[in-house]
Ligand binder design. Structure first.
Ligand code: DC
Length: 213
């Protein structure tokens, strides 16, 4: 079986940056499952027909600290990461019908030599047989500051108290929903990234992978 590292956690926990840097270092494939939900939300908003097929036409290029998402020749990075799609993807992801539709696409990323998959239900639902399971978190203040920096770097204005409310609301939706909520599975390694660098976390996960593989 193709080995997988699953990294689940709330928004701002650092799972995106860590997963990308780990995938690049291991030379494994990378699944940003949140991006699949975001693409679904955008195409749903645009009333696109044949959404599942169109999701495959969305191109995601990334390095450890940068990314670009394009669709039909247009750069959609900003809209995909913006607040409207952030909220809509969280709302739509509560629906079992949406989750089931997006299962196969996510599973198709499992290809040799390995996969780093990040999201909310990677360890619990999508890849319960993964080699190393990580539950990555950070305290709320730290997560708000990270998200604020991301938005500022993307040239957007930030209101910290609004952002904090948004993150708390999204945490609530993502952890309390009845379908595949975000939770730490019993066999996951808990990492609190509040006071750790990306390098430290990546090295720690690599060590766990090397112990098993
Ligand atoms: O990781 P993200 O912020 O890009 O995810 C956007 C939304 O998608 C998130 O609020 C909940 C949903 N999501 C999910 O339900 N299951 C996943 N595995 C990944 C994301």
């Amino acid at each position: 079986m193709v080995p997988i590292v699953t990294i689940d956690g709330p928004s701002g926990s650092g799972k995106g940056t860590v997963s990308k840097s780990l995938a690049l270092e291991l030379n494994w494939n990378y699944l940003d499952s949140g991006l699949i939900y975001r693409c679904y939300a955008l195409l749903h908003l645009n009333k696109t027909k044949n959404i599942l097929k169109e999701i495959e036409n969305i191109d995601h290029k990334y390095s450890s600290n940068d990314e670009s998402i394009t669709y039909q020749g247009q750069d959609i990075t900003e809209i995909i990461r913006g607040s409207e799609i952030t909220k809509l993807s969280s709302e739509l992801s509560q629906m079992l019908e949406v989750r089931s539709k997006l299962t196969l696409i996510q599973k198709s990323y499992r290809k040799a030599p390995g996969l780093v998959a990040e999201g909310r239900d990677m360890s619990s639902k999508l890849f319960p047989d993964s080699l190393v399971k990580i539950y990555l978190t950070a305290n709320l203040e730290e997560r708000v500051m990270r998200r604020a920096n991301q938005l500022r770097n993307a040239g957007q204005k930030v209101n910290i108290s609004e952002l904090k409310n948004e993150i708390e609301l999204r945490d609530e939706r993502d952890t309390k929903r009845s379908n595949s909520p975000l939770k730490q599975t019993k066999d996951s390694n808990l990492i609190d990234s509040s006071n750790m660098t990306v390098r430290e976390i990546t090295n720690l996960i690599k060590k766990l992978v090397n112990e098993k593989y």
